[in-house]
Write a protein that binds this ligand. Structure first.
Ligand SMILES: Cc1cc2nc3c(=O)[nH]c(=O)nc-3n(C[C@H](O)[C@H](O)[C@H](O)COP(=O)(O)OP(=O)(O)OC[C@H]3O[C@@H](n4cnc5c(N)ncnc54)[C@H](O)[C@@H]3O)c2cc1C
Length: 757
């Protein structure tokens, strides 16, 4: 949906209109790293966050006890509600402006409302082929797409050729898709809404893509069985109730936090009571049946099948972690009123009777019945590495105007697909618009996100900059970023939606006041209290100004250390939060000479929270008879302010280290540093490396730091560790070389003297 926002006339083609917004697998959105992407997509005007908020039936923040940067926002969504919401959004895209759409509960985007009208068309049909012009220059360019459309009444099919200068292909798991269930296999991209019906695979398009010269691979993914809720014995299972709601959509979060009128956007008021999930567990009996039936697993096109490493199937878990007594599985309902439940993490495409036998060994599932067995789908994907796609996601070297996004480029998950979709859609729109305006495509603006500013940028750089071809589905984790303290869910809007940002330049976000942010960081500016927050861009301006003001206030506010300690003790009941009894006694003896500390410095100390500091400040202001309206942070900006202060030194260090590695651009400045051949890729040398990293390093045996960086799945922290090992090893080897050289020189001298004698 980002293409029409750039001003391009856009046609959305899909095989079945009724599947727009279909969540193919488990209806959950977010998680660690993935939740970050959802917030970023929302900050770029995308719709996954809004849909998630609207459809959420169960909330959870993973890593809640850790810092704001690594918390994973995850919702369990009601499958039907999510689909309805997205379909409504698409259907109303041209009719109503941003705010109207939001207020009427039909979804919102960030944009200029009226300007989008009439730019989006939607067509039910199958893209069979793309038409390419190879006559003009060295690189072919796209000129049209061929779409077959079936008349629903007569069932006759016609092929239409629609001219275009740019096209985004997002066929997910459909390219030459094959569904596996035990030893039986049949063509299909996925099963429809947990039913027997299968959506047809995309074969014509797969042939064209292959002919264009892309490197094609084959991956697989799987989904667990759907269970009939009434056959589960919940009495025997521990419930996992929902946590309090949060909001992926920045505008809802802002309005809620400032207690402004929400109208129909008040998702909390619209939805039924939140649901609970329940915990069960596999056991030795389960694993025994799994082992006994390994031979019934599918014969994949790639032996063993290549699936998502971080979402392994049950047979993979049993095979890999054979020593474990069991694996947890949350039973997650498909929605508020749904009679279907799926056991999370228990995919495994055994024949249906084996799946049933496996499930019935587990607590609470002794009499369970399956509505639809779990299955795997194996599909073609296009390897985006080695420059096959550039950072706009255009396959420029292969076919100008052709963009690819989503699972087709080897990612896994709705969130990754949404992040790539925004970028590819915007760039295809910018190219299309330039062409239709009669401009050369080189004059089109590009919408590029950097590693420093977003996880989407990290993902695109990881996928397209790869040296070693993608060998398994890519999943986002916070450890993939070298700037993770800065790339937090709480500041996605400030990072991506400010005036002058790439998103603003591309037309994805707008600002009510035309982006006037001269006072954004001014302590006296009161724009956070104005009512003109209509776009995510306005929220970003309000937040950045507000956070800057409050951080400034914390830097200005100073008290003697002993006063901080006594206020903490009296007001918050927290004794010795910043001073141990011995230090306190010593300072108390210093009278007026006790050193002072600012609120900023106090908050950087371990154990203190923003709330502690604000309580102390409020008390002091009250005693002095002063008022300060910026004193109390709101839910909306609490994490942002606390993180900006608490982690300020770490953030500076992280930025310094990342700059040293210079991975911000695509250039890896230390890339040419050779890795000594003597380096052993084992646990002894690289203690903190993951099994995946060691496995890949051992396989690739990179010769330079640059080659190491471009291996998929290698985290920024591991690169730092590798650099220090390389430096230490190189130092030792250089010393050894120097020592040997000196000895040889001495030897030569001795010999020369001997000869002279
Ligand atoms: C069985 C299964 C299990 C999965 N398991 C997981 C999992 O465990 N973890 C995880 O993170 N993700 C999983 N996913 C992946 C997740 O669903 C996808 O990553 C995400 O939906 C990808 O989005 P997409 O936009 O790339 O493609 P999709 O959501 O698959 O959408 C592709 C769309 O393209 C349409 N289409 C295809 N070919 C054509 C054509 N020729 N012409 C017109 N339209 C066409 C299709 O009709 C479909 O609407 C699973 C998917 C499936 C199918």
């Amino acid at each position: 949906m980002s293409a029409p926002k750039t001003g391009a006339r856009t046609l959305l083609v899909t095989q079945k209109l009724s599947t727009i917004g279909e969540l193919s697998c488990n209806p959950s959105i977010g998680g660690v790293g993935k939740g970050h992407i959802v917030r970023e997509v929302d900050a770029l005007g995308g719709v996954i966050g809004l849909g998630g908020d609207y459809a959420a039936c169960h909330y959870r923040v993973l890593n809640r006890r850790k810092g704001g940067a690594v918390r994973g926002w995850r919702v369990q969504a009601d499958r039907g509600r999510y689909r309805d919401f997205i379909q409504n959004y698409v259907a109303n895209f041209n009719d109503e402006n941003d705010v109207m759409r939001m207020r009427s509960g039909k979804g919102a985007g960030a944009g200029d409302g009226d300007g989008w009208r009439g730019r989006l068309d939607v067509l039910e049909g199958s893209v069979e082929d793309i038409v390419v012009d190879s006559s003009t220059g060295s690189t072919p360019s796209i000129t049209a797409v061929k779409i077959s459309v079936t008349d629903p009444t007569t069932q006759s099919t016609e092929t239409h050729t629609i001219p275009t200068s740019s096209c985004v292909i997002t066929t997910g798991t459909f390219l030459r898709g094959v569904i596996h269930l035990g030893k039986s296999r049949y063509s299909g991209g996925r099963h429809l809404d947990d039913s027997e019906e299968v959506e047809p695979p995309s074969v014509g398009l797969a042939d064209t893509i292959k002919k264009l010269g892309f490197k094609i691979g084959r991956l697989k993914t799987g989904t667990p069985p759907r269970l009939i809720k009434s056959t589960i014995d919940y009495e025997r299972l521990a419930p996992q109730p929902s946590e309090d709601p949060f909001y992926f959509h920045h505008i809802t979060e802002y309005l809620k936090s400032h207690r402004k009128g929400l109208g129909d956007i008040n998702v909390d008021a619209q939805r039924p009571p939140l649901i609970s999930c329940h915990l069960t567990r596999t056991n030795p009996e389960t694993h025994k049946i799994v082992r006994e039936n390994f031979h019934q697993l599918p014969d994949y096109d790639v032996p063993g099948g290549v699936g998502p490493r971080y979402c392994p199937s049950l047979p993979k878990k049993v095979e890999k972690f054979g020593d474990r007594e069991g694996h947890n599985s949350f039973l997650e309902p498909e929605g508020f009123d749904s009679d279907l439940v799926y056991p999370n993490g228990l995919s495994g495409p055994f024949p249906e009777e084996v799946q049933l036998a496996i499930l019935r060994t587990m607590e609470g599932l002794g009499a369970v019945e399956i509505k639809r067995p779990g299955y795997d789908v194996e599909y073609d994907f296009v390897d985006p590495s080695n420059g096959a796609l550039d950072r706009t996601l255009e396959a420029r070297e292969v076919c100008e105007g052709l963009f690819l996004a989503g699972q087709i480029v080897g990612t896994t998950g709705y969130e990754e697909a949404a992040g790539l979709g925004v970028v590819a859609g915007a760039n295809a729109g910018l190219v299309g618009r330039a062409r239709s305006d009669g401009r050369d495509r080189t004059e089109a603006t590009s919408f590029v996100l950097d590693r420093k500013e977003s996880y989407i940028g990290v993902m695109i750089s990881d996928l397209t900059g790869g040296f070693e071809r993608v060998t398994e589905p890519y999943r986002m984790f916070t450890s993939r970023s070298e700037y993770r303290l800065h790339l937090r869910p709480d500041n996605a809007d400030v990072r991506l939606s400010m005036p002058g940002s790439p998103a603003a330049k591309a037309g994805l976000v707008t600002h009510t006041h035309g982006g006037d942010v001269h006072n954004g960081g001014d302590v006296h500016n009161d724009n956070v209290h104005n009512d003109n927050v209509h776009n995510v861009g306005d929220v970003a301006i309000a937040k950045s100004g507000d956070v800057a003001r409050r951080v400034h206030l914390c830097k200005e506010f100073k008290l003697p250390l002993t006063d901080w300690e006594s206020i903490f003790r009296e007001a918050n009941g927290k004794a010795n939060l910043i001073l141990d009894p011995k230090a306190l006694k010593k300072l108390e003896g210093m009278g007026k000479n006790v050193p002072g500390k600012t609120a900023f410095e106090i908050l950087k100390m371990p154990g203190t929270t923003l709330e502690d500091v604000e309580n102390a400040m409020a008390r002091t202001f009250e005693e002095r008879g002063e008022k300060n309206e910026f004193l109390r942070s709101t839910e909306f900006n609490y994490v942002a302010i606390e993180s900006e202060i608490k982690y300020s030194s770490y953030m500076e260090k992280q930025i310094r280290e990342a700059r040293r590695m210079e991975m911000g651009g695509e250039v890896f400045a230390v890339g040419s540093i050779p890795i000594p051949e003597s380096v052993r890729w084992d646990r002894e040398t690289f203690n903190g490396f993951s099994g995946e990293e060691l496995e890949k390093f051992e396989k690739v045996r990179p010769r330079t730091m640059g080659e190491a960086r471009r291996i998929e799945g290698v985290t920024a922290a591991s690169m730092e560790r590798l650099l220090s090992v390389v430096r230490a090893r190189t130092d030792t080897e250089n010393k050894e070389r120097r020592r040997r050289w000196k000895e040889e020189e001495k030897e030569k001298e001795r010999r020369a003297r001997g000869i002279a004698i």
